[in-house]
Design a protein around this ligand. Structure first.
Ligand SMILES: Nc1nc2c(ncn2[C@@H]2O[C@H](COP(=O)(O)OP(=O)(O)O)[C@@H](O)[C@H]2O)c(=O)[nH]1
Ligand SMILES: [Mg+2]
Length: 314
């Protein structure tokens, strides 16, 4: 079994040595461990530092492309190297690389396709109560969309089997974390969780400058995932709500018109009711279109899966 440990890096010269030194040299059940560094347009000495620490495999972006794209390119590179398992860890030494052996175990034993390290965010000292609560809420929403029960959906310390990587197609550019879970859940892949203790924080998150930005970007990713995988929940739910709301003014119009023996003075209700009904109808139409596009995407993804199998066959 070949394991590729990939480290996406944007200016990580200070912390990368700690990460590289703590990646195990030997893991039971793994014959070869390869480290690959994805340099996402770093302007510091990240690449030189990695070389000095023995890294031989690099994916390089001349310009910053974002973590999502870096993950995507790193995965294709690892598959080209013939990886059976790909572990992703961050360059800021947030995650305990010593635990990579435990992370890959369920995949080696055939018990999981993807393993996500649970950072046990409720125990992290530097997370505020609000951030911990957000973390829980975020994970709950992702689990709902994916049909999973994972404690920590935003963790970037993960192991993926070759099979899962052939089936996943990430499109988000800023982060792949929630997207891969929602896709994997909807494709029936088995996702396991392993509790880990995180290392002390060495620097602020660069992915999100503020909690507000984090919430907004995560919300957009999750809404998009719903539109992609469960359009009926969004459009169907909205359409049904508007339809029921539209019935109220209609009922009012009919009731008052019969009682007064004239429609005069009640046309406003009819108008509002019609408007709500038309909007509800539009939602149902959108639902049908989204579903048709979803069917198309399934076919395209099937195609991509076959292409990847041909390309990465070892
Ligand atoms: N490739 C790439 N990596 C990034 C970018 N921003 C952050 N990273 C890397 O992604 C990982 C996580 O970033 P970090 O700032 O620690 O965000 P956190 O996950 O919120 O702690 C680190 O290894 C960074 O080097 C980016 O724009 N591109
Ligand atoms: Mg970090």
């Amino acid at each position: 079994m070949k394991l590729v440990v990939q480290v996406p890096c944007l200016n990580e010269e200070a912390t990368l040595p700690l990460v590289l030194k703590s990646i195990p040299k030997k893991i039971d059940g793994i014959d070869e461990i390869i480290i690959s560094v994805i340099d996402d347009g770093s302007s510091d000495r990240t690449v030189e530092v990695a070389r000095e620490h023995g890294v031989k495999h690099f994916v390089k972006h001349a310009r910053n492309q974002g973590l999502g794209r870096s993950f995507h390119d790193g995965v294709l590179y690892a598959l080209e190297l013939g990886a059976d398992i790909v572990v992703n860890t961050d360059g800021d030494n947030q995650y305990p690389q010593e635990r990579i052996g435990d992370l890959v175990r369920p995949i080696i034993n055939g018990k999981a396709d993807i393993v996500i390290a649970d950072r046990q965010t409720h125990k992290i000292a530097h997370f505020s109560t609000f951030k911990k609560w957000l973390q829980r809420l975020g994970s709950a929403v992702v689990n709902k969309a994916a049909g999973t029960r994972l404690p920590d959906a935003a963790s970037g310390f993960r192991a993926y089997s070759r099979e899962s990587l052939i089936r996943l197609n990430t499109i988000t550019r800023f982060s792949y974390c929630t997207e891969t879970i929602i896709q994997a859940g909807n494709k029936g892949l088995q996702i396991a969780s392993v509790p880990v203790d995180t290392n002390p924080k060495l620097r602020e998150s660069r992915l999100f400058k503020s909690t507000g930005e984090h919430v907004l970007k995560s919300a957009i990713t999750i809404i998009r995932a719903y539109i992609m995988y469960k359009p009926y929940i969004l459009f169907g739910g909205l359409g049904l709500t508007l339809f029921v709301l539209g019935l109220v003014p209609f009922a009012r119009f009919i009731y008052l018109s019969v009682q007064d023996g004239t429609t005069a003075g009640h046309i406003q209700s009819l108008l509002i009711g019609s408007l709500l009904m038309i909007t509800a109808f539009l939602c149902f139409v959108l639902n049908v279109i989204a579903d048709l596009i979803r069917i198309n995407r399934v076919l395209t993804e099937d195609n991509l899966e076959q292409t990847k199998r041909l390309r990465f066959e070892v």
